[in-house]
Design a protein around this ligand. Structure first.
Ligand SMILES: Cc1cc2nc3c(=O)[nH]c(=O)nc-3n(C[C@H](O)[C@H](O)[C@H](O)COP(=O)(O)O)c2cc1C
Ligand code: SF4
Length: 526
């Protein structure tokens, strides 16, 4: 199934602007696994889950990852922590105590793969916010302290770190740069986009990166990778997702020159970064986070928006942009559907380049957040769900499964003693937080049956770092800590505040910023 059916399964939810908004069934109201299954079946989804939470050695989530070693280490279990950008560094990209606290909590999670930590800008003008980490020599000691805090906490709690693999996510925010002022976009783009330019104030050719500027940027990735290696990171995650620069280059069909047009040109940056890091003598390993598919930008349906309430999400008018040559993993004739043909070509390229970790995500938090982080409640710059967010969860799980199946056929598991030149990367899946109580049940199934190698955790780690550690150790969860996808961790930074789980993490609830956030939320849509 290379082309998506899920995107069209509920056409009314996207295109019929005046259709009655649907009524959300809250996950917490589904009190038993059979009730959850019944709801999933009513939605017509292929979203399997296990009957109960398995514990100890019986849990598929407790198994080490066979086969590929990262920096000589075998990843000790099957849950990973996704990168989560900070809005709480110094204005020169340095590290603060709030950041160290977040990394400590990553260590508390018990996850044996820290899949990027948080996006680190390879140079200061590439920051998505003025308080994002910049991975430079000046900030090296602080960045080292993040890793140390994580490792120390993990060691204290779990007694072993020989199977703990840590990477740093390297990024340039491209179209979504806000390096100097939270309220001021300073976009630098790969190409002029007929829909997104208006949203982010791209008005001139001078905002498009030249080929020479890209060559300079590649050097910044090489320098950043050296710092990552020097402070003990096992790998760098070369961020190709969420509308940021390297993701945008994958969709640069209309760009002339050596970094646009053909698939080969659109992937040249990745190849040059990898070659440059290797040529510098750096032995660090590689991961890639990829938006495996995308769509057009979405907006709140004006027919259902009113002061204080965002309407459900509908696609922006795109009929004048067909065939759609402005995205990656998108069906050019109907861009609200995905098309994995180039996605599979890209993951094959990653394997050939020696990329050992492939963390699959989708879309962008800025222009189609329902694809990227399914939620019951929208962030302030988003829209209400137009359909059950489980549809969006199932879509990501299905795409990850398709990629994994493809890689298994393309690069069959070889006898470990032979160490073949090219191996399938380890796959990490995304968008599990919305599953809430049933996250462990679904995670167990998808890992047990090889739909993914690891499940990645994003938002839920902010509210409940030890969720899967509790599941595996005790077979139970602490319901009050489960992320309910309130989106405050996104609404806060969209409004100039640091990210954090304000509703459920007492450290953030106690901050004066929580009151400001409540005021912002009262005014959403007005
Ligand atoms: C506050 C916040 C910050 C994020 N920052 C990053 C980031 O720096 N890099 C990245 O690749 N994804 C980032 N994401 C996306 C998450 O890694 C993850 O893909 C998303 O939250 C969906 O997973 P979940 O359903 O477990 O939350 C961020 C998400 C949140 C909520
Ligand atoms: S603010 Fe907390 S509960 Fe809300 S989405 Fe973020 S982590 Fe989840």
């Amino acid at each position: 199934m290379l082309k998506s059916k899920l995107a069209t399964r509920h056409p009314g939810s996207y295109n019929e602007g005046m259709a009655e908004p649907f009524q959300l069934v809250r996950i917490a109201s589904l009190k038993t696994v059979p009730a959850f299954r019944q709801h999933v079946a009513a939605l017509g989804l292929d979203l399997p889950c296990e009957d109960g939470i398995a514990t100890g050695a019986d849990s598929p989530l407790a198994q080490p990852v066979a086969g590929v070693l990262i920096n000589g280490k075998r990843i000790g279990n099957r849950w990973a922590i996704h990168p989560m950008e900070g809005w709480d560094g110094t204005t020169t990209g340095g590290v603060t105590d709030d950041m160290r606290r977040r990394w400590q909590r990553f260590g508390e999670s018990g996850a044996k793969l820290i899949c990027g930590g948080e996006a680190m800008a390879v140079r200061s003008d590439g920051r998505a916010n003025p308080n994002q980490i910049v991975i430079t020599k000046e900030n090296q000691t602080g960045i080292a302290s993040l890793r140390e805090a994580l490792v120390k906490t993990h060691q204290e709690r779990y007694g072993t770190t020989g199977d703990l693999v840590i990477g740093f996510q390297l990024t340039h925010s491209g179209r979504f740069c806000r390096p100097n002022d939270q309220r001021r976009l300073e976009p630098r783009v790969a190409f002029r986009h007929p829909l997104l330019d208006r949203r982010v104030n791209v008005t001139s050719a001078a905002q498009v990166f030249t080929d020479a500027e890209i060559e300079e940027l590649i050097q910044c990735y090489i320098h950043a990778a050296k710092i990552a290696w020097d402070v003990g990171a096992d790998f760098v995650d070369l961020k190709h997702c969420h509308g940021y620069l390297l993701h945008e280059f994958l969709g640069a069909h209309t760009r002339p020159g050596k970094f646009g047009g053909s698939f080969e040109n659109r992937t040249r940056i990745l190849r040059e970064i990898v070659a440059g890091i290797r040529a510098s003598g750096n032995k660090i390993e590689f991961g890639v986070r990829l938006s495996a598919f995308d769509s057009v930008p979405f907006q709140p349906d004006p027919a259902w928006s009113q002061p204080g309430t965002l309407g459900p999400g509908i696609p922006e008018e795109f009929s004048h942009c067909l065939p759609y040559r402005y995205g990656f993993g998108v069906n050019a004739n109907n861009p609200v559907e995905y098309d994995l043909a180039e996605t599979l070509q890209f993951v094959e390229l990653c394997a050939q380049l020696g990329v050992k970790l492939l963390n699959l995500s989708a879309g962008s938090p800025y222009y189609n957040p329902h694809l990227q982080r399914p939620a019951a409640y929208p962030p302030s710059d988003g829209y209400q769900p137009a359909h059950d967010p489980l549809i969006d969860v199932a879509r990501q799980i299905s795409v990850v499964r398709q990629v994994k199946q493809f890689l298994a056929v393309r690069f069959p598991a070889a006898d470990c003693r032979e160490q073949p030149a090219v191996r399938a990367p380890i796959i990490i899946g995304t968008a599990y937080s919305y599953l809430q109580e049933y996250l462990p049940h679904v995670a167990q199934y998808v890992v047990r049956y090889g739909w993914t190698d690891l499940v990645g955790l994003g938002r839920v780690v902010l509210s409940y770092p030890a969720m899967l550690a509790d599941a595996v150790a005790h077979g139970t969860l602490a319901p009050k800590q489960i992320c309910r996808t309130f989106s405050d961790c996104t609404t806060a930074p969209r409004n100039g505040l640091a990210s954090g789980c304000y509703p459920l993490d007492k450290y953030y609830s106690a901050k004066p910023e929580f009151q400001r956030l409540k005021a912002v939320k009262r005014n959403v849509g007005s």
